[in-house]
Design a binder for this molecule. Structure first.
Ligand code: GAR
Length: 222
């Protein structure tokens, strides 16, 4: 079974979705540890209650990004993860850190990348007047909120949507697509070809053998 380490900075609802999927038997991974850069992250309590090893490494205690990332990598590597899962981990990572985990570092971002990398994605989507918004799970490259897309979910932007409305409806989709992406990784079905992700058919899925499952976009029912 694949070993994963989850990095969080706060609430940890995506982490909870991964734990719930594992507990329901839908995510065949060992969650070896949850690590936060903020000691007060609520998600640390949730993970501990679920019996998962937790650590925090306070970024404020380090002189710069290089030193923090080195300490973080040292902490992560003691768990020998096959995959490192960024679940609301709100730190810009150094190139050295990203290269160290190349092909085994995943992130979720609350927009349809490459639109709206960075912060305040829902506010910016409203300001731009986009009609479709969503979330993306991708492999991480040294560029912020960038990298080969694994799965996206899209929702319609309604005329009277507020930032909070969008955030809430997109979070529901995040909680669906992140366990799905990690499951595909755990099943060894994700292949990187020329910088793009290909999803291999599931060997035990007869339907998939006939018609390979696409890397889906889920469009929420309005
Ligand atoms: C999620 O919406 C996630 O997509 C976002 O932070 C939130 C964390 O919530 N991540 C980013 O913006 C990364 N660029 P959570 O702690 O409840 O999972």
């Amino acid at each position: 079974m694949k070993n994963i380490v989850i990095l969080i900075s706060g609430r940890g609802s995506n982490m909870e979705a991964l734990i719930a999927a594992r507990d329901a038997g839908n995510l065949p991974v060992n969650i070896a540890a949850v690590i936060s850069n903020r000691p007060a992250a609520k998600g640390l309590e949730t993970a501990a209650q679920a019996g998962i090893v937790t650590h925090y490494i306070d970024h404020k205690a380090f002189a710069g990004r290089e030193a923090f990332d080195a300490a973080l990598a040292e902490c992560i590597d003691q768990f020998a993860p096959d995959l490192v899962v960024l679940a609301g981990f709100m730190r810009i990572l150094t190139e050295g850190f990203v290269r160290h985990y190349e092909g085994r570092l995943m992130n979720i971002h609350p927009s349809l990348l490459p639109s709206f990398p960075g912060l305040h994605t829902h506010q910016r989507a409203l300001e731009e007047g986009v009609r479709i918004h969503g979330c993306t799970v991708h492999f991480v490259t040294p560029t912020l909120d960038h990298g080969p897309v694994i799965i996206q979910a899209a929702i319609p932007v309604l005329d009277d949507d507020s930032e909070d409305d969008l955030a809430a409806r997109i979070l529901i989709q995040e909680h669906k697509i992140y366990p799905q992406a990690v499951r595909w990784f755990a099943e060894g079905r994700l292949r990187l070809e020329h910088g793009r992700v290909r999803l291999a058919a599931a060997l035990n899925d007869r339907a998939a053998l006939i018609s390979p499952e696409p890397v889906v976009t889920v469009l929420e029912n309005p």
